[in-house]
Write a protein that binds this ligand. Sequence first.
Ligand code: NAG
Ligand code: NAG
Ligand code: NAG
Ligand code: NAG
Ligand code: NAG
Ligand code: NAG
Ligand code: NAG
Ligand code: NAG
Ligand code: NAG
Ligand code: CU
Length: 586
Amino acid sequence: MLQSRKEDLIWPKMEASRCVGLAAPLQYLFLFIIFATFGSVQANTHHQKWEVAYEFRSPDCFQKLAITINGRTPGPTIVAGQGDTIVIDVKNRLLTENLAIHWHGIRQIGTPWYDGTEGVTQCPIVPGETFTYRFVVDRPGTYMYHAHYGMQRSAGLYGLIQVLPPAGMAELFTYDYDRSIILNDWWHKSTYEQAVGLSSKDFTFVGEPQSLLINGRGKFNCSNVRSGVCNETNPECLPYVLTVVSGKTYRLRIASITSLSALNFEIEGHNLTVVEADGYHVKPFVVKNLNIYSGETYSVLFKADQDPSHNYWFAVNVVSRKPNTPTGTAILNYYPNPPRRLPPTMPPYGPLWNDTMYQLNQSNAIRSHPDYIHPPPLTSDRMILLLNTQNFVDGYLKWALNNVTFTLPHTPYLIALKEKLFHGFDQRPPPETYDYKNYDIYAIQKNQNATASTSIYRLGFNSTVDVILQNANTKNPNNSETHPWHLHGHDFWVLGYGIGKFDPEIDPKRYNLVDPIKKNTVALHPYGWTALRFQADNPGVWAFHCHIESHFAMGMGVVFEEGVDKLGKLPTDIMGCGDSKYLKRP
Ligand SMILES: *[C@@H]1O[C@H](CO)[C@@H](O)[C@H](O)[C@H]1NC(C)=O
Ligand SMILES: *[C@@H]1O[C@H](CO)[C@@H](O)[C@H](O)[C@H]1NC(C)=O
Ligand SMILES: *[C@@H]1O[C@H](CO)[C@@H](O)[C@H](O)[C@H]1NC(C)=O
Ligand SMILES: *[C@@H]1O[C@H](CO)[C@@H](O)[C@H](O)[C@H]1NC(C)=O
Ligand SMILES: *[C@@H]1O[C@H](CO)[C@@H](O)[C@H](O)[C@H]1NC(C)=O
Ligand SMILES: *[C@@H]1O[C@H](CO)[C@@H](O)[C@H](O)[C@H]1NC(C)=O
Ligand SMILES: *[C@@H]1O[C@H](CO)[C@@H](O)[C@H](O)[C@H]1NC(C)=O
Ligand SMILES: *[C@@H]1O[C@H](CO)[C@@H](O)[C@H](O)[C@H]1NC(C)=O
Ligand SMILES: *[C@@H]1O[C@H](CO)[C@@H](O)[C@H](O)[C@H]1NC(C)=O
Ligand SMILES: [Cu+2]
């Protein structure tokens, strides 16, 4: 904590490191808030007004329409103390497009209606309307926010949330400065073109991204693009520069909000010590480079202990899919070298993209810090085994879980359940398991057709639930993809990973019940399984889905309900769509 404060005091002096495009006024506002809270344990309220609009932007030098918050993409970083209340008035100025914003990693205890998941917890914010999100950030750590309507996230609506521990409470690890990096992948096609391609009978995949962005900046090779649209000297696409002082230790918060890509992050010549994952303390381990899946956040420590006479590369490379995107780069600048002087080397190209064992190994290395173990319940009340496959529904390509592809109802579940509008969605329970004895995960699914459904899993309140994600072959021979699964409203324990078919008789005996990490997003590796456990103790309705934007759009998700009967009256501002049209007060 003290370290974080120190960095906030010093940050404004470090000019070069502030070229990220974070708005100075907001930084100063946060500074003010931090000063105001110093020495007090009182919870504060952070009130912001956001205007969300399309603007022409060139984050990778190529001009396209991007969704901005108060003119910026990435949007402002929210910095708050544990227990503080965040109030954000979101004005939708997209003219012709609905909107919803999800606060990724914030559990929304007591405020499930402000989770920002359109169709699940709220009606969309229609153009011209202002919607106020109000929630408490209850755990210190690194989190994110992003659009949760259609495939809007990939248009640029995203940003970071930093929750600081209470004053006087030191972090377990020490560092001199606190810095943040948010990673993204970027397409030149509009989100609409992408969505229409995915939802047509004549299926067109979004394809590999044109660029990888580090703090909203990338570099596209403009030489084959007609002039005017792409300009490599546009200051908007200058690389991000992080200036370091020799001998100092840096905490780097790294978040990935990619729409498709699994990434590998490396700082040339510098090892990284992993200390935080999704807001939880990690038993520290050292890596040369870090795999980060969409929806995950990490903190790593690195020491500026290399030859200070030149600069070094930050390099971001695609893994898990055959890369067709240049390495994303930024500059690690050793003071007092010129900030933008290019390193004398080629950027690192990262590990072999298809080295699944390397990725699995790193996933397995993420354990809870021994001083911060949250012990999991040793048994569970229910096991839901979800087979991930590609199928067709009426000739459209979809992703399915146990043959069911997810579709959103017209009336958001939370409203439908609380207001007893039960005809709003399919009341039959979705399948708990699949025929794991006979199914061949290495073959193309024999059952070509799945069914589309709005059905949900109803969980006993405060019951302990295990979810096993089982990967399989896609519609292409010898192909299985990586899926980062994200759970809303909870953090889960990661009990284990395996390659091959999960065996409910044998594999639970190998669960890590000693020091499993808690997370909100976890990777399902190719042909593998991932086992999770969580406590259904947060009344509400919660999405659990693949964080790949196109996969979720193709039905790769489920919904859990628990304890909705325990909730008080719903705020009427979440209503107004589907069967809740008449419930909204003017
Ligand atoms: C950009 O593309 C042009 C034309 O294909 C090529 O000659 C040039 O080497 C590329 N530049 C970089 C930096 O890759
Ligand atoms: C590219 O951008 C730079 C800096 O904004 C400007 O000076 C230059 O004229 C632009 N070039 C083209 C071809 O538009
Ligand atoms: C990084 O860690 C590896 C393995 O622990 C070690 O061999 C190497 O010397 C370290 N590199 C630096 C730059 O500290
Ligand atoms: C990984 O991909 C490369 C091509 O990018 C290929 O040559 C190699 O055989 C692949 N390795 C495995 C284990 O599939
Ligand atoms: C697996 O990770 C550990 C550190 O957690 C490392 O020591 C080991 O070399 C790795 N093995 C492989 C095969 O990558
Ligand atoms: C799958 O659905 C298509 C049409 O959507 C239909 O023509 C075909 O017979 C179905 N296949 C099976 C095995 O049911
Ligand atoms: C999925 O469909 C196949 C073929 O129709 C069937 O054998 C299997 O039981 C179904 N699985 C589930 C979980 O419904
Ligand atoms: C949930 O169950 C745990 C024990 O498993 C208990 O300690 C806790 O008080 C329960 N919480 C609620 C809200 O019922
Ligand atoms: C798929 O893999 C199997 C064995 O791993 C191999 O026999 C087969 O030829 C491969 N098929 C294709 C289409 O690559
Ligand atoms: Cu996926």
